[in-house]
Design a protein around this ligand. Structure first.
Ligand code: GTP
Ligand code: MG
Length: 273
């Protein structure tokens, strides 16, 4: 016989990214999708505090542990009756709040000893219509660089005895509904090139600093191989930190192209569960 075992909402995801990217709009949408009777007001404004919400994965989205779920699969019925819950922490993206909130949350959540509450993945949201602006691109890439560098250090410090579990990153290329939006492939290229620039200037800074003093050896360069241009593939190969860039839209009518706008991000989340 079957017993309805309520799955505890123990899988955590962290939502990072610059101000105005759409993090709170995304969180609000997930909440609305999760509750049938939702008459919440959808006003978003610049966040100053992070919030934690519990949402449900649509039953038709496959999960990592149930990869080949088909429409005829009895487990779909089960998933409809007992949907999988997960938690999302929305953080403020303002530059002045990143160290104390976004990065601090990343540190705290990734250190969770409890396997059940461990961080399953990071969703780094970007406004793809704003990346043509040089300053926005630099700001976005700097934040992403810092997030990836933290994950790199974490991956390297995890000794083989107490092995750390992977924390993959989804770059959610948001606002694809806007006609000025860059497609996901271009977003990837721009971010990679900008991160490469940041990495190079950091390497140069370190070399200059170490000209008359001993190199401290503490500072680390993202991706390790300074000869090769930075790419997310390189990061995955050299360090084991996986980054996917996937387009979508929280707002606008993208039913055709993106399947409800956020479907592909939910699929990414499902694969982490
Ligand atoms: P901070 O809290 O400052 O870090 O920003 P945030 O990432 O939470 O941004 P927020 O969710 O407040 O969204 C900023 C603005 O972008 C809002 O006016 C949203 O309505 C708008 N927005 C979010 N997603 C989309 C989208 O997919 N398309 C369009 N056109 N606008 C969007
Ligand atoms: Mg917000």
């Amino acid at each position: 016989f079957f017993q309805a075992v309520a799955s505890p909402p123990s899988s955590n995801f962290l939502l990072l990214g610059p101000s105005g990217a759409g993090k709170t709009a995304f969180t609000t949408l997930l909440e609305a999708k999760s509750s049938l009777a939702s008459n919440k007001s959808h006003s978003t404004h610049t966040s100053q505090q992070s919030t934690l919400v519990t949402v449900t994965l649509p039953p038709t989205v496959p999960t990592g542990s149930n990869r080949y779920r088909s429409v005829n699969d009895p487990s779909l019925k089960e998933a409809t009756r007992n949907p999988i819950k997960y938690r999302v922490r929305d953080t403020p993206g303002h530059g002045k709040l990143r160290a104390s909130q976004g990065i601090a949350e990343l540190q705290a959540m990734s250190q969770s000893k409890d396997i059940k509450t461990r961080l399953r993945g990071v969703v780094f949201m970007v406004d793809t219509a704003a990346l043509v602006d040089e300053a926005t691109l630099r700001d976005t890439a700097t934040y992403l660089h810092d997030v990836l560098l933290f994950l790199q250090k974490r991956a390297k410090n995890g000794s083989s005895s107490k092995r750390t579990t992977d924390i993959p990153v989804l770059v959610a290329a948001n606002k694809q509904d806007l006609f000025t939006a860059l497609p996901p492939g271009a977003v990837r290229e721009k971010l990679e090139a900008e991160i490469d620039r940041i990495r190079k200037s950091k390497t140069k800074g370190l070399l200059d600093a170490s000209a008359d003093t001993e190199l401290e050896g503490e500072e680390e360069i993202l991706g390790n191989d300074e000869q090769e241009a930075f790419s997310f593939k390189l990061l995955e190969h050299e360090v084991g930190v996986k980054v996917d860039v996937v387009g979508g839209a929280v707002k606008g009518d993208l039913q055709e192209e993106f399947g409800s706008g956020v479907r592909r991000w939910e699929e990414w989340i499902g694969m982490c569960l």
